[in-house]
Design a protein around this ligand. Sequence first.
Ligand code: ATP
Ligand code: MG
Ligand code: FE
Length: 336
Amino acid sequence: TIVLGIESSCDETAVAIVKNRKEVLSSVVASQIDVHKEFGGVVPEVASRIHVENISMVIDQALKKAGCTMEEIDAVAVTQGPGLVGCLHIGLQAAKTMAWTFHKPLVAVHHIAGHIFANEMVSDLQYPLLALVVSGGHTELVYLKDENSFEVLGETQDDAIGEAFDKVARVMGLPYPGGPQIDRLAKEGNNVYALAKPKTENPMDFSFSGLKSSVLQFQARCARRQENFVPADLACSFQETALEALLSRVTYALDHVSGIRHFVVAGGVAANSRLRTLITETIAPNYPQIRFTIPPLSCCTDNAAMIAIAGTIAYQHGRRSSFDIGAQPGMPLESE
Ligand code: ATP
Ligand code: MG
Ligand code: FE
């Protein structure tokens, strides 16, 4: 099965062609980071306009790199949601056009299902599976009884973890996107500043806005008292506090949800080097009966290979989307 995937939910225009779920024939990502950097974040109106400018060229490149013609493609997969409505529309319109013109089935997928199935590139997924989704817009623990069912066990009550990384970086004067900057800076610092530890009622829910405010207050207090602080130490303290809270929920889930055979990490924050180390070195060894997978760095953040894989799985389960579907900016995962 060869599937062409299209992703445009946020600020990357991406198209990929994947064969039999695993073989990435091509994966082209046109990132808009340089444009949005000037504004310190994604400007939705600007993002949609750049998607329009780039999409045809990116589709073309993906087909050329794969050495593939549209005749060889079995289905066109596309992100229907969640994401920025104007951005989603561009990908959806392009996907419908390709599918219509070349008489191919259209398969709409959920962006987060894509992040989760990015792990197929490096591992045969075993079920029941537990996924830790950590991205710019999501922080959740998702249980998959099989590859066709999603149950959200816990989620953030306020900010997503990637959003918290980005906001903390922004107030520290680091460029957008801030996650990789904090990751880099934290390596040079120590966890010495006491920050607010996230608390939640449900042991599998998350919360990051209190921690974020605590970083802002710390900075404001230092400024008021004209005290210096070490930026690397602040980055490290924030990252350690955030990851400790994140991983305590993971441990709880691994201890309390029975029958899990595979644990995967998904989403842009899975690129965080400290998170990767903590999971492989301090968590995985305690659960020898569970397989642990973290996607390769290149497919943690938004790409279309993950959408093509999620599309292949949905296609193999018989999903065919109608041509009158619209973008779903708040699409629930459990509807997948
Ligand atoms: P969503 O997937 O929830 O719709 P999104 O698509 O905008 O959101 P992703 O592309 O999955 O998000 O991930 C981007 C996020 O990952 C940003 O918040 C970015 O700062 C964060 N990120 C990327 N690399 C790292 C890193 N090394 N450490 C921490 N955060 C990182
Ligand atoms: Mg992005
Ligand atoms: Fe994403």
